[in-house]
Design a protein around this ligand. Structure first.
Ligand SMILES: C=C(O[C@@H]1C=C(C(=O)O)C=C[C@H]1O)C(=O)O
Length: 356
């Protein structure tokens, strides 16, 4: 691991890799100043075979699809420190995001379907999402990344590229799991409101319930694998222009070989899928009109410096020629209102639109 004193040299190095069309990831963990890069030396697409491997993992939402790894030993890795906010070029890109009425109607219909299904006791919670395509010209990837780093300091901010897959970036507020030595940390994050200048907000029953489902699910799934359990929350956290309800769940692993087992039992949590998990998954596959691919999957360090830090791929987008594809969703319960759920996805899309 090389340490670069100058942050400009850090970005120059990554820029060079991007220009040569080789795979790389740049990431900064929440509330940290350290920024890291892993740059693969070849264009190979490596599929994860075991959770004992070391590297940066990028997993799709679907459990049956392959997970990609940038193997640590096939990468050049370097870090730097972010000392100040980045100075940005004044004009970034021209974007056009006129809302499509058909898309709105379609999303509201699917949400209403889910509400009816839940009210008829089909499920307790289902998370439904959509993608929004925004045309934007002359996007400078690294300017967008710097803007994300400036604006979303308590998020996990990343930019991930593979020539065979494409370019993804995001600023996610949600940790899937972190394991350092035998210490495990995870969180239940759900419930959304717009941030209005204060963290003292009133939460409705609907949001309290949908978040409690996530906490209960996580606890049920890890309880036999950890000891010294600590549950802190729920409390309100800010995520850009939004606030969410969050419960921190901490403990000590009972054995050192539980990583794969825990990831499989946690992902996908009801924060991004639903309860019961199999029914919610079926509903999502049948009713959402697109493939989520890497949205609501997970990504992060796997066994690097003896620790694993995985986050859920939310508030993310894919950049393709002159287009950004934004991915946004929200949790539906029997108490949901379909129009409000649409508005919530619009508010979530703002997180990405602000930096384009
Ligand atoms: C599904 C998303 O976010 C998740 C859903 C939330 C909700 O329903 O309130 C809140 C935070 C995340 O757990 C998303 O951002 O796309």
């Amino acid at each position: 691991m090389e340490l670069l004193n100058n942050i400009d040299s850090f970005f120059e190095k990554v820029h060079k890799v991007y220009k040569t069309n080789l795979p790389f990831v740049v990431y900064r963990k929440p509330n940290e100043t350290e920024i890291s890069a892993l740059c693969q030396k070849t264009a190979e697409l490596s599929i994860l075979k075991s959770f004992k491997e070391k590297g940066f993992i990028f997993s799709p939402f679907s459990k049956s699809e392959s997970k990609i790894i940038f193997p640590y030993d096939s990468c050049e890795s370097f870090q730097s420190a972010i000392k100040n906010d980045f100075k940005l070029k004044s004009t970034i890109s021209k974007i056009n995001n006129a809302k499509d009425e058909n898309e709105k109607e379609q999303h509201i219909n699917i949400v209403q379907n889910a509400i009816d299904f839940i009210r008829n006791n089909g499920a307790k919670k289902i998370v439904l999402s959509r993608k929004e395509i925004v045309s934007c010209k002359n996007v400078d990837v690294f300017e967008v990344l710097k803007k994300m780093l400036n604006n979303y300091k308590n998020a996990f901010v990343y930019c991930w590229f593979h020539p065979k897959i494409g370019l993804w970036m995001g600023a996610t507020p949600e940790r899937l799991i972190s394991i350092e030595k035998d210490n495990l940390k995870t969180m239940a994050l759900a419930g959304t409101q717009k941030y209005n200048g204060t963290l003292s907000v009133k939460w409705q029953e609907k949001e309290l319930h949908e978040q409690q489902f996530v906490t209960d699910f996580i606890l049920e799934n890890i309880i036999d694998k950890i000891e010294h359990l600590q549950v802190e929350g729920p409390y309100t956290v800010k995520a850009g222009s939004l606030v969410h309800l969050r419960t921190d769940i901490l403990g000590k692993l009972k054995a050192s070989d539980l990583l794969e087992n825990i990831i499989h039992s946690l992902h996908p949590t009801p924060a991004i899928c639903g309860i019961p998990r199999s029914i919610a998954t079926d509903f999502i596959i049948k009713k959402e009109n697109y493939n989520r691919t890497f949205y609501s999957g997970y990504l992060g360090e796997l066994n690097i410096n003896n620790s694993t830090n995985l986050v859920v791929n939310l508030r993310c987008m894919q950049l393709v020629a002159n287009k950004a594809i934004l991915y946004i969703g929200g949790g539906i319960t029997g108490e949901s209102n379909a129009k409000n759920e649409w508005d919530e996805t619009v508010a979530k899309a703002e997180i990405m639109l602000r930096v384009l």
